[in-house]
Design a protein around this ligand. Structure first.
Ligand code: MLT
Length: 412
């Protein structure tokens, strides 16, 4: 008899984006006219083509693989040295941050790494997770049995939820209670809020005092425009002793379909055994990668390396400016519609309060049915997301302008 992993049965709902896809399909199947004018601002998926410097590098890599002398089979599981070096040099050391090449682990995505990291963390950790939150942090912990069951409100035992509200600017303070593993995402998905230096210092101080680990998701780092917002957790002294950072090429280079990301695991980061011995996590993560992963394709890694070339940097910058320009248009449209708007300044997401008495899913249905625009209901990101919805700025300029017009025209 084969048994299944019953942790999956604890999951409260399907993954948010497939559920949205299902509802949109049901709507468009019965409504071809609306389907033709549908604009998707739901999942944060990039729309603009890859920068030319990246595709040129990938073409060169394809050519290398097509001749015997430069053909390559399996690459290093942790990533090619050329990419690990380019990342450590450009994203960290160029900013005075102490990160070694071999502390960079190249992967096929931050979502994958956020789930995979649980392989090397104990099941007894008390988790601190923001609410609302990128659902992957919660669901992956449920799947591996690092939580108990959910209560009637959908809150899982073993998770300490950190409410993110307009009152705290969607950036929670460290709790009074002791937690072991803390998930922070800045700039934030879904709220678009970005933690300032003092806020991250408070978290690092808390983590060092409690010997906790911060899992810092910086996938949207490239969208930070304001001064005083750290781009990396390692800008905070002490973070090398308490934090793992996740970064991605998805939202800067436009790699959501190409797939490339990386995780920084400092060699100075320790965690405890059940008997109280402190051990570095770096060799565990390296062991995990060599056993369960065969690396990202050479072609993709050459493309990612080109993100750091002078042309690549300029082209990626204009891509980011394009999406941030969309965000400004969407913010202005939602404000003109009389809605309360957050985010969109250091992030490609705008977080909108639905009119009083309108739930997130009601807002989703109204906007889908009447404006033919797909957004993401805030309640899909957690209980504190109820009453909000997220609009993604990943789109063409024409679509962003059209969505802004339709939001203004919508009568609540
Ligand atoms: C989102 O829409 O929240 C993101 O696209 C999810 C992701 O990056 O995996």
């Amino acid at each position: 008899m084969a048994f299944l992993n019953e942790n999956y049965l604890k999951l409260k709902a399907g993954y948010l984006f497939p559920e949205i896809g299902r509802r949109v399909k049901a709507f468009t199947d019965g409504n071809p006219t609306a389907a033709a004018r549908l604009i998707r601002c739901g999942i944060g998926d990039v729309t603009e083509p890859l920068p030319a410097a990246i595709t040129a590098a990938m073409h060169r890599a394809v050519d290398e693989l097509s001749v015997r002398a430069s053909f390559k089979g399996y690459g290093p599981e942790q990533g090619y040295d050329f990419l690990r070096h380019a990342i450590a040099e450009n994203d960290f050391r160029a900013h005075g941050l102490d990160v070694a090449d071999d502390e960079i682990f190249v992967s096929d995505g931050s979502k994958c790494d956020c789930g995979a990291i649980l392989d090397i963390l104990g099941g007894q950790n008390v988790l601190a997770i923001t609410d609302p939150v990128y659902p992957v942090y919660v669901d992956t912990n449920v799947m591996v049995g690092h939580t108990g069951p959910a209560d009637e409100q959908g809150a899982y035992a073993g998770i300490h939820y950190l409410p993110c509200t307009p009152q705290n600017g969607f950036i929670p303070e460290p709790p009074k209670e002791k937690v072991d593993v803390i998930y922070l995402c800045s700039p934030n998905n879904p709220t678009g809020a970005a933690a300032n230096r003092a806020q991250l210092e408070a978290w690092v101080k808390y983590a060092l005092a409690n010997r906790s680990i911060i899992l810092f998701d910086a996938a949207y780092e490239a969208y930070i425009g304001e001064a005083g917002i750290p781009h990396s957790i390692y800008e905070i002294p002490g973070a090398r002793e308490c934090a793992i950072e996740f970064r991605s090429f998805s939202k800067n280079g436009g790699f959501t379909g190409v797939r490339c990301a990386f995780t920084v695991v400092p060699k100075s980061l320790l965690a405890a055994t059940a008997t109280g011995e402190w051990k570095p996590l770096h060799p565990l993560w390296s062991r995990r990668m060599t056993t369960k992963f065969n690396g990202v394709s050479y072609i993709t890694q050459r493309g990612a390396e080109a993100v750091y070339s002078p042309e690549g940097k300029a082209q990626v910058r204009s891509l980011i400016e394009h999406y941030l320009g969309n965000a400004r248009i969407l913010v202005a449209g939602a404000q003109q519609a009389g809605l309360t708007v957050f985010g969109g300044r250091n992030a490609p997401y705008i977080w909108v309060g639905a009119p009083a008495g309108v739930t997130s899913w009601q807002a989703f249905d109204r906007i889908l049915n009447e404006a033919n625009v797909v957004i993401t209901p805030g309640s899909g990101f957690g209980r504190n997301g109820e009453g909000f919805f997220r609009v993604s700025a990943f789109n063409s300029r024409a679509n962003a302008e059209e969505v802004a017009r339709r939001l203004v025209a919508l009568k609540w």
